[in-house]
Design a protein around this ligand. Structure first.
Ligand SMILES: [Zn+2]
Length: 421
């Protein structure tokens, strides 16, 4: 199996709204003899929607009898169930198959400098357990990894069946991430966070497969499948917890760049020689509009930092001059940067996540309006700016999905109008 990111995972259907044509695989499953691979392909197809055995045979180019044998095995393994007859296509009504929700579970974690969020979801995407852990000040890699391992143990402790049927753990890691090697490469908001082998350390502690993804990309994967990004193919997801990053999706696929550092929009230069940034340089966009800038403004106004961006935005909407000036500044700086992204990528959507979503819908509205003035008229009219729909859980939800994507076989659907991106 290639190490490239598999094309899609559980569950669907997402893709083009209303498209119901039979799915097709771009690979001919007769060309592989690997039984587990074939079964995973069938599971992927069923993640889209219930299908009959004959639908599965058509989608995979396997014979009806081969599909029947594989489906029997999947039913016996508790991963697939018969849900009753589907609509007739001229003959006998076919029995439809669906994923068995509690046939397997996926754990998703996401963390930043002082908190981690975790959840367990079933095969149908339902969250069956979740938790949040906070610690008062940023701690080094050992402490963070201990928190993560304990979070997983706590999530799975509720029910022995959960642990037995958990396929793996996905972790949304902040900063620069080597997603293939499972390494957190650099994150300035956690002391000594350099070249941390997150996946191998957690795998050894937990005895489960562990996969990592950069956390804003995990958010984007979740929003793409279940949230604001449904039905979109080219979008940018913007935000973060301690910093400002972006996930870029083009043609339904994450764009990573040669060093997996694509989307580091927080560290483009907004003002040469401007204020110092967490990355050690000066004048980065993050220094003006990142979480640190919002927190500094809250402190300056004697508001608790826990009040978050929503408090400042509310003050601006109430007409408080200083808050108005700050929020206008944020919108202006963000719009200038995002207008370049709109010019480069012509996306249909910009999703605000993390602290930017926490500011409330007003920020998305103002940013969209500002883009109308700054970007080329065509692309400016085509892009919408929205808040993410999945809130705090988005990163962990996307991280859990990464487990499925990495475990599942790499294949694409052919035309037929079905896509699980
Ligand atoms: Zn910077």
């Amino acid at each position: 199996m290639s190490r490239r990111e598999p094309a899609h995972g559980l569950p669907g259907p997402v893709g083009r709204p209303g498209a119901r044509a039979a799915p097709r695989l771009a690979v001919d499953l007769n060309l592989t003899t690997h039984r587990a691979y074939k079964k995973r392909c069938l599971l992927e197809l069923l993640a889209g929607r219930p299908l009959s055995r004959h639908d599965l045979a058509l989608a995979t180019n396997l014979s009806d009898s081969t599909v029947a044998i594989l489906v029997d095995e999947l039913i016996e393994e508790g991963l697939v169930t018969e849900i009753g007859p589907g609509p007739s296509r001229g003959g006998r009504r076919p029995i439809l198959l669906d994923l068995c929700p509690d046939g397997a579970f996926l754990v998703g974690l996401e963390f930043a400098a002082t908190a981690c969020y975790g959840l367990v979801r079933d095969l149908k995407g339902r969250v069956v357990a979740r938790l949040e852990r906070r610690w008062p000040t940023p701690r080094g890699p050992d402490t963070v990894l201990t928190h993560l391992a304990e979070a997983v143990e706590e999530l799975l402790a509720a029910d022995p069946v959960l642990r037995a049927r958990t396929l793996g753990v996905g972790v949304g890691v902040p900063g620069l991430v080597d997603w293939e090697a499972g390494i957190g490469r650099y994150y300035p908001h956690i002391p000594d966070w350099r070249e941390v082998p997150v996946a191998s350390i957690l795998q050894a502690r937990l005895g489960l497969p562990v996969f990592v993804e950069q956390n804003i990309r995990a958010v984007a994967l979740a929003e793409l499948r279940w949230g604001a990004g449904r039905g979109h193919q080219t979008l940018v997801c913007l935000g973060g917890r301690n910093g400002l990053g972006a996930a870029v999706v083009v043609g339904g696929e994450l764009v990573r760049g040669v060093g997996a550092a694509a989307g580091e929009i927080g560290h483009i230069t907004a003002e040469p020689g401007g204020p110092p940034c967490s990355c050690g340089r000066r004048g980065c966009l993050e220094a003006y509009v990142g979480p640190g800038a919002w927190q500094a403004e809250l402190r300056a106004r004697h508001l608790p930092e826990a009040a978050g961006p929503a408090a400042l935005w509310a003050a601006a909407e109430a007409g408080e001059a200083q808050a108005v000036a700050f929020c206008r500044g944020v919108v202006g700086r963000l719009a200038a940067a995002v207008s370049h992204v709109v010019g480069l990528l012509n996306p249909s959507l910009v999703i605000l996540a993390g602290y930017l979503a926490a500011a409330g819908p007003g920020l998305a509205r103002e940013l969209e309006a500002a883009l109308r003035d700054l970007a080329l008229p065509g692309p400016a009219q085509q892009v919408r700016v929205v808040q993410g729909q999945l809130g705090e859980a988005a990163g962990a939800l996307g991280a859990a999905d990464v487990v499925w994507r990495r475990l599942a076989p790499e294949y694409r659907t052919l035309s037929g109008g079905v896509s699980w991106r």
